[in-house]
Design a protein around this ligand. Structure first.
Ligand SMILES: O=P(O)(O)OC[C@H](O)CO
Length: 411
């Protein structure tokens, strides 16, 4: 059989399910043999993939997260567009099969799908039901409602609110949920040159409120690592945790208290809020420089991966949303959401009413922009700087990175 490899960033329970899928694929046919390799977190996998590409040792398939997608799509000659790969290998492809929010997120300016959507997520609000009961409150829909119940949650002995990733949840998806522009050039989709970040009053006010909550012990902040802020929720110390829908499977297998989930809160005071969030997670990119035989295997694996059955299994076991309409229908028909209503929250949030600015962003070197955000917003949390100063620095340093990317790619 033809050997081919998949570098991914799915640890813990997610990694187990990736291995199950790969085993299932290998058992389903004789021509190809897939080896999945865990390369660490999203940032590590991208760095490893780019370094390997430069050395001519790239894997066949590289998982790249949303934040790195512009970098990989813009890296000249690094990937074979998935749409071409499938067409060239006789795999039927129809972009309309995918749920609306997924269709063009990993596409180029002409709408051609470059990356294969795989693990798509939404940041949702996980609710410790014991905490709600003890405090005698309901999960909040808005941050105003959160402010009203937070002291009661604290009194009941819980850290009222924690989130898992400030740039993803309180910046990028804050913009989407409130339908606010994130960057010039159509949030970066119209080209890299001249793209600049935008931080207006609503997002600054949000972080001023978050800092106030932190100082009053109504909010907890435990670091910038992907798992840092989830641990205290899993341990039952936190009442409300904002995390990825893709954490659902792992949480179900870990926590000992009853939990539910609901939409990422928004500020009612911001006009036009309560819009859809945009897809998070990652896509699979077929790296270039591989033989026709290996590319055929990659195409056949993508076909397997997007079948309704495999998609539904992935969705059910992890909490990532079903990326095709057929898989979503299958989940409904099978009664998945009747048994586990919280499992539908992610896809429902992605399907809320959209607006001009709910499409996410396309910015190269954005992984480094996130580093700047984590650095400066971390300083806000520790009291080393204030919110306005932090956003001024994020804009100045972030814009420089965006400019450098534009010069690198020449567009
Ligand atoms: O934790 P995930 O996989 O849902 O990904 C969250 C973000 O979109 C990654 O940048």
């Amino acid at each position: 059989a033809t050997e081919f490899t998949w570098w991914h960033a799915m640890g813990g329970r997610l990694g187990e399910v990736v291995n199950e899928i790969s085993t299932g694929y290998n058992a389903s046919q004789d021509a190809c043999n897939l080896t999945p390799v865990f390369k660490g977190g999203y940032e590590d996998a991208l760095t490893a993939g780019i370094a390997a590409f430069r050395a001519g040792e790239q894997p066949n398939i590289l998982q790249v997260f949303d934040a790195g997608s512009a970098t990989i799509i813009g890296a000249p000659g690094a990937v074979v567009p998935v749409e071409d790969l499938l067409n060239d290998n006789g795999v039927e492809f129809n972009i309309e099969d995918y749920i609306a929010g997924v269709r063009y997120f990993y596409a180029d300016g002409e709408g051609k799908m470059i990356g294969m959507p795989f693990n798509s997520s939404a940041p949702i609000l996980y609710v410790n039901e014991d905490a709600m009961k003890k405090a005698g409150v309901e999960a909040p829909k808005t941050y105003e409602e959160f402010e009203a119940i937070a002291p009661k949650l604290k009194e009941a002995g819980y850290v009222p609110l924690v989130q898992s990733h400030l740039p993803w949840e309180f910046v990028e998806n804050f913009k989407s949920r409130h339908d606010l522009q994130f960057a010039t050039n159509n949030n970066g989709y119209d080209g890299a040159e001249g793209t600049e970040l935008i931080f207006g009053e609503p997002i600054r006010n949000h972080f001023k409120a978050v800092k106030k909550w932190l100082d009053a012990d109504l909010f907890g902040y435990y670091g910038t690592g992907w798992g840092d802020n989830q641990a205290p929720f899993n341990e039952g110390k936190v009442a409300l945790w904002i995390g990825s829908s893709g954490s659902f499977g792992g949480i179900s297998k870990t926590v000992e208290f009853p939990f539910s989930a609901t939409f990422l809160p928004y500020w009612d005071a911001v006009e036009g809020a309560n819009k859809a969030s945009f897809i998070g997670g990652a896509a699979l990119f077929a790296m270039s420089g591989k033989s026709a035989e290996e590319n055929k295997c990659t195409a056949s694996f993508f076909e397997y991966l997007t079948s309704p059955e495999v998609q539904y299994m992935w969705h059910k076991e992890t909490g990532y949303v079903p990326i095709t309409e057929a898989a979503y229908e299958l989940a409904k028909k099978d009664g998945h959401y009747d048994r586990t209503p919280a499992a539908e929250v992610g896809i429902q949030q992605l399907s809320l009413e959209g607006g001009e600015w709910t499409k996410g962003y396309r910015m190269g070197f954005y992984v480094q922009v996130r580093d700047v955000m984590n650095r400066e917003l971390g300083k806000v949390m520790s009291g080393e700087t204030d919110v306005d100063n932090a956003f001024d620095v994020i804009k100045a340093d972030g814009d420089k990175l965006l400019e450098r990317f534009a010069k690198t790619t020449g567009n």
